[in-house]
Design a protein around this ligand. Sequence first.
Ligand SMILES: Cc1cc2nc3c(=O)[nH]c(=O)nc-3n(C[C@H](O)[C@H](O)[C@H](O)COP(=O)(O)OP(=O)(O)OC[C@H]3O[C@@H](n4cnc5c(N)ncnc54)[C@H](O)[C@@H]3O)c2cc1C
Length: 567
Amino acid sequence: MAYRAPVRDIRFILDHVVGFAEVAATPRFQHATPDLAEAILDEAGRLCSDELAPLNRVGDVTPARLENGVVLSPPGFAEGYRAIAGGGWVGMAARPEHGGMGLPISLALSVDEMMSGACLALHLKPLLSKGQIEALEHHAGPEIQALYLPKLTSGEWSGTMNLTEPQAGTDVGALRTKAVPNGDGTYAVTGQKIFITWGDSDLTANVCHLVLARLPDGAEGTKGISLFMVPKFLPDAEGRPGARNGLRVVSLEHKLGIHGSPTCVMQFDGATGWLVGEPHKGMAAMFTMMNNARLSVAAQGVGLAEAALQHALAYAADRRQGTTPLSAEGTILDHADVRRMLATMRAEVFAARAIALSCAKAIDMATATGAAEWQARAALLTPIAKAHCTDIACEVAHRGVQVHGGMGFIEETGAAQFLRDARILPIYEGTNGVQAMDLVGRKMADGGEAAFRLIDEVQRGAEAARARLPDLAGEVWAAAEALREGTEAMVALPLNDRFAGAVPYLRAFARVLGAGAHLKAALAEDDREALARVMIRRILPEHAALLAEAREGAAGLYAVGPDDLAA
Ligand SMILES: Cc1cc2nc3c(=O)[nH]c(=O)nc-3n(C[C@H](O)[C@H](O)[C@H](O)COP(=O)(O)OP(=O)(O)OC[C@H]3O[C@@H](n4cnc5c(N)ncnc54)[C@H](O)[C@@H]3O)c2cc1C
């Protein structure tokens, strides 16, 4: 079934669940009026449904390929990318002085979701450019900004992020790529990077690599890493792509999914680079790009889950098997277990979307007000959004295959592609285990203050719903209280014990946030109550088991020794 961008649900969540009006009321974002927001979402929805979605299958069966050192994109991707760049979608949130629209992340993220629901493999290209734009806006000097930002913002050039090396994955500090001063203000960058998304393509006139490397006097570990801009073609004095730089694509990876997106092994051989930010402060600069990309990956999870759900729903509404309890003529949609799967999928997608957009709103409010509370909220929600939305993508895609029965396992239906494509989402941009450790570690260095504020807010929402929806409100309030107690226990634990329980804790947190969002939705529109009941009565109870596991600490895990694992 053809993907239809879920514009109505996104607008409902922005208006009634996350309170986007608060963002639009700030002087910084006052131009994002309701009319403008509506026009943007409608137009993006049209682009995604009509022009990008048809490319999804094409990219899967006709992968990107490497020929004579050049990466060739799947058929139709050039037109799709031109539509994205030409519509100004790459620069939606970029600063107006470099050609961007300066719009809130809440709207940009909504578009990210729709683009990745339409064609995840293609969406990765603008996703990385957007992250690079933000990193350069915050950390690059005026010359690099003037040269690169307008071209990245317009989509004429594209960006990549080069962190990973064979021995340096999660442990970025183990990287060996070197940067040696050339004596003229530039640096010679040498080393190999692996897994570089859209490391080359025939879609843009230049590919701008942000590369992490170590200067000769750089210390071991993350503290000695610097960031460099290393373009494929060296810009001439007028900023036109000139001589070829000393870098090449060695090979493309053969992957489980996202076949349309080239994942490159990159070799840098004394390539000319320019320092971005301070020497040895590269991780801080790269974190700007990674945080941006983490939230965009959360949106990818929601988008993919929405697409997998639409696909499964269309199949279920057509497939007949046996007599259903509702009618002799019914489709499998009327079997209770199939209805359970689809209702769960819809409830999960709604909750995940609300969590991702809540994080986007917090970022917008932090940008608009500079308030420490919003900054802390954004920092807390980023790992929750990244990990939860991408886990949910895999689970929804997995259920989507199940709804299809045997046809889900057969490639022609397309259900399997969603499952294959989704599987990368919990891995890249920091694995979900690492996101959870970030949540219970760095993001709770405040003793849990930001978490408690968010829990208070969920409980205030439950209080507001008590009169109309007493049973649902009571369950959400109680789950939030259990999360409060779980958080108190978590912050009292030694760090490695927290890490041992980080993943279940993060999921429990997301369960409470998702239930709170559904409750608000049910309060705003009667029609949404049935779905809220699915979330609160059937899915939310999981939080209790998750919080029990979260408190268990690490000792019991290490008690299972390598021999026990092998036996
Ligand atoms: C399709 C694809 C696209 C990618 N795109 C890019 C890109 O554009 N740019 C880029 O730089 N990289 C990219 N990556 C790399 C990606 O970000 C890494 O694969 C990811 O960060 C994990 O690193 P790793 O593969 O080395 O796994 P490892 O670090 O070896 O991790 C293996 C397992 O150990 C766990 N683990 C590792 N360290 C710890 C720890 N300290 N505590 C607890 N658990 C730990 C991990 O969570 C994981 O479960 C891409 C990867 C893929 C597959």
